[in-house]
Design a protein around this ligand. Sequence first.
Ligand code: FES
Ligand SMILES: [Fe+2]
Length: 410
Amino acid sequence: MSHQQLIDMTRNLIAHGEADTMEYADDVLRVPASAYTDPEQFEREKKRIFRRLPLMVAPSCELPNPGDYKAMNICGVPLLLTRQKDGSVTAFLNMCTHRGNPVASSGTGNASRFTCGYHGWTFKNDGDLIGVASPKDFGAIDKASHCLTRFPVYENAGLIWATLDPDSTLDIAEYLCGYDELLKAFGFDGWHLFSTRELSGPNWKTAYDGYLDFYHLPVLHKDTFGADFYNRANFFEFGPHQRLSTPSKFAIKVSSDDGEQLDLTTMADDELPYEALVQGVWTIFPHISIASFYGGGQRGALISQLFPGETVGESITTQFYVMENEPKDDESVKAAHEQFDFLKVVVRDEDYATGKRQHEALQSGLLEEVLFGRNERGGQVFHQWIDKLTKADDAELAAIFAAEQRVAAE
Ligand code: FES
Ligand SMILES: [Fe+2]
């Protein structure tokens, strides 16, 4: 089923490419400019989107081995991910049940237990409280009821999702609407994490708009990579998650430095190569974008993970550069670094620099609305989902994704 969906999308892109057409949204969408600048709206989004919906918190290859962990802070919530002996992943509220100090400092590492740095309580990496310091002096407590608080967690397609609400009843697989099965086409399971970095950006939606937008490629990116790029994309929706790709009868062969083109029109379904099946940008609502690259002699992908920052005008992006295999010799390591550095320059100096200027101008409050054209359906769909989900209460939220799941199954 899911492989057939990949082929269907590719056929759609080839047909539109041959006919020199694209798919349009019904109308131009108007979004109030205040959606990007209103601090109250920003707080609502942190609460109702980031602290309530499943988030892709790490690629699996960031925690490949038993005992590996990652601690991070998302919109004020301290999160601890740990990989168990049986290979499964667990997600916890990174707060000691004594008085709330985070048991692990931000970053990654390997540990079978965590000793809190404040008074020395110790937790196993499965969350169990195994040691209370000076227990006789402290007084009797039931250890079993003072384990680390668990968050719902889900791993598939080489990616890890967690919901930062311990009481959430939203099924993460249901939320993904089958999209995670399609993401398996990348084959991230078993890939290697080559490097990561953080970039500061503008308002998180301003930044995210750019990932859903091919309209800007030949203009904003004319001096780096975009001069010859088409500014058209077709959008494929899976609930709120969207893949966008240029209608074209060609695919660029990723396993070649010279940008060799593959003509797809003459290929049978089972001959369609990896490049064609995954090309374009794959976004995972509300904050992830994935795109394929080639550098250091092999397949790689940039996974961009975006979070709201301290204020409405700020965001933080972690760029993960993942590779099919670890580059071994100096030359391929250098080539992979060059590819990754190029992506920093493009995003920081072109996309986010523009987003910051755009945000500053919008803060004037003198523009009522911003527009998303019929050719910018990705941005339209994104803002419509933000609107719908920030307005939905918890019961409605579950119903929305149950309905989406039914649509995906048909
Ligand atoms: S807060 Fe962790 S041991 Fe006291
Ligand atoms: Fe861009």
